[in-house]
Design a protein around this ligand. Structure first.
Ligand code: SF4
Length: 314
């Protein structure tokens, strides 16, 4: 591992020197440093900052501090009662030990687990812009079918971020507010750029609006625990008299960012809350999918997940 300097942040506005990066739970960053994929000169530990509270908001929503541990958030009484999609997504992620360390902001900012990205000896446009994307012809079974580009088809690995996307979460930084969907950028020709955050910009909290329906998260993975999703769906649904009054849907493990399924939502509003409507809505979203040789199975997987999750909620 490359030698680095470590210091503890003492205030929210102290910023970052060039070559420095924030350290929170370290469950992803430290792994990447050991692999030689992340090579910061300075780690600035933000875990002593006062960012570990979950509090009610005046509008009925919830403010989640950036430093709240995933395990604490998953069992918070209001999260369990009003935002079950978030609790379920958190508990579906990683392992108990990792959730005890991982934080809200760190979870949002974790990096892809594309095998070429995780191997510092391989070419990869995220490591070294212009070096190529071996996943296009190589191992892409678990990579993107939506939102990718010839430069990169990595998937975002978070479960929590998929739930937060369906909940219309807003990210607060020390400089601005951002809808969660606007935090991430698609790879295009610059896959090394993953978010709109500037160097030294610190996520301070994530705000949830008041709960607006029943919600659920379902994750499919290759083994029953401690595995990343091969596909997941987060849904918030409100049905009045058998008709879809409101719906918000997000897909995980199919795109470089948590994928908000706006086309599916539009296709569903005002329609009967039936399996056939749910499948048609999924088809409307997945029509834009561009699978490669080994990941077309995700289209069927997500289609069936959407119908299953929405039927359960309806
Ligand atoms: Fe690198 Fe992205 Fe290609 Fe994976 S998919 S090898 S992360 S450029």
């Amino acid at each position: 591992m490359k030698t680095f300097t470590y210091r503890t942040a003492t205030s929210l506005d102290e910023g970052l020197e060039p070559g420095a990066t924030f350290l929170a739970g370290g469950t992803n960053l430290v792994d990447l440093m050991k692999l030689g994929v992340a090579t910061p000169d300075v780690l600035v530990d933000v875990t002593k900052l006062p960012l570990d509270e979950v509090s009610d908001r005046p509008d009925g929503g919830l403010r989640i501090g950036a430093g709240v541990r995933n395990s604490d958030l998953a069992v918070h009484p209001r999260v369990r009662q009003d935002y079950p999609v978030l609790s379920q997504a958190l508990l579906a992620g990683a392992s108990g030990q990792l959730r005890n360390m991982a934080t809200t902001a760190g979870n949002l900012l974790q990096r892809t687990r594309c095998r070429y990205f995780m191997d510092a000896t391989m070419p990869c446009n995220k490591h070294e812009p212009g070096s190529g994307c071996p996943a296009q012809e190589g191992d892409h079974r678990n990579l993107a079918i939506l939102g990718g580009s010839p430069s990169c088809i990595a998937t975002h690995p978070s479960d929590m971020a998929v739930a937060l996307t369906a909940l219309d979460a807003v990210v607060q930084t020390d400089r601005r507010s951002l809808a969660l969907g606007d935090l991430y950028v698609l790879p295009g020709s610059t896959p090394e750029q993953e978010t709109v955050l500037s160097h030294g910009e610190l996520i301070t909290s994530v705000d949830l609006p008041d709960p607006r329906g029943k919600s659920a998260y379902r994750k499919v993975r290759d083994r029953a625990s401690y595995a990343f999703a091969v596909g997941s769906v987060a849904a918030v649904l409100r049905v009045d008299d058998g008709t879809v009054a409101d719906v918000r849907l997000a897909f995980g493990a199919v795109a470089p960012k948590p994928w908000r399924a706006y086309r599916a939502e539009e296709a569903l509003r005002g329609r009967p809350a039936t399996r056939s409507s749910f499948l048609e809505a999924a088809d409307a979203e997945l029509a834009a999918a561009t699978p490669l040789r080994d990941n077309a199975y995700k289209i069927t997987l997500i289609r069936n997940l959407v119908a299953s999750v929405l039927e359960g909620l309806a």
